[in-house]
Design a protein around this ligand. Sequence first.
Ligand code: RFL
Length: 402
Amino acid sequence: MATPSAAAERFPVVIVGAGPAGLTVGCVLRAAGVDCLVLECETRAFVERRPRAGVIEEWAVHGLARRGLARRLLARAQRHTACEFRFGGERYLFRYGEMTDRHHWVYPQHFLVTDLVREYVDVRGGAARFGVRDVRLHGLDTERPSVSYVCPDSGERRVAECAFVAGCDGARGVTRDAVPAGRTRISRYDYGIGWLALLAEAPPSAECVVFGMHPRGFAGHMQRSPEVTRYYLQCPPGDDPESWPHERVWGELRQRLRAADAPELNEGRLIEKRVLDMHNYVVEPMVSGRLFLAGDAAHLTAPIAAKGMNLALHDAFLLADGLVARLTEGDDGVLARYSDTCLRLVWDYQEFSQWLSEVYHGTASGDPYRAATTLARLRRLFDSPVAAAAFAEQYLGTRTAV
Ligand code: RFL
């Protein structure tokens, strides 16, 4: 049992979690002169190396740039203007850049987290405690909530008093569970499929993102950097990554991504191999008392449509702007609308994820009816300009404004 320490510290805002959401909130608060404390259960070195997302939407990069947070990203990220679908042994290039004059950015999530930690701690002088244990929230329905945690070095329990708590601790965090029972509704959706998520020490094997729809299951190819490529293989949920040795992985990738005139895959050592069970959830409302949830703590979208980090940034921009307005001008308007505004986009992206999931997985469902309707959806993308424009809008998130 940790010993409580004597004096409580005081910050206007305590942020739990140093992922894209928490760090973005912290950076914006610091730029506005609002003090805050970031509490993170992992070490700084760990969060700066944890590979995850890569695809960032254009509006999100504009949002980061407007807040002075995209300098390194804009210097290093790749600009993507097309994706490729492979089905029936053929390749179909979807040139959304030509169609819309818009693009995606590809920048590994841990690069962005590294940039944000540096900006928050080293440039904007934000307080952060890494490696903390057993974070607990107290008094969320009062005007003076607090967050306590166990300090990794001393083993002492420390207390940070505040006016607001930002719950940015991801899908496995503790802040969501601090909401009293019955205050929020959690809607869940389980796709009933798994993805073997792989990182290969190999250059990309195509110039853009590739989606392979194959009777053996979906396969995906996504560049991360000139040296590292992310691949996905559909597998049973709960499958053991150890049952996927090197030869089996590359054999399946070659089969599922095979198409006329497609270049051979560049094979390389697999540096990450984990099974993700595809499921989503949404917490409504995203606020309880003085606790504001943001990012994966509030909603999870399986990486099917590459939306999770984008949604986390959308929440973070709104939450940070709302906290700044409240704490510097006494204006409650943005915070009052926070949950409703975020949830509109969250549900829009959830719906697109479901639609896209059927496109990816229908072919391998074993059900000839679903396989045929999947093919009809895919063909429509290439023979109906209206269907193509609708897909591009959702894939790029071009209606999103921050
Ligand atoms: P994060 O990034 O999970 O950060 C939460 C932080 O909180 C810490 N934490 C705690 N700290 C203190 N006390 C506790 N009790 C704590 N519990 C947890 C954690 O250590 C962590 O540092 O949440 P955030 O900020 O909401 O960001 C969400 C994104 O990370 C997530 O949505 C994306 O990674 C999803 N995702 C993708 N999103 C995209 O927009 N585009 C993509 O291309 C994309 N690809 C992906 C993805 C997620 C993937 N995985 C691993 C599920 C690809 C993959 C494989």
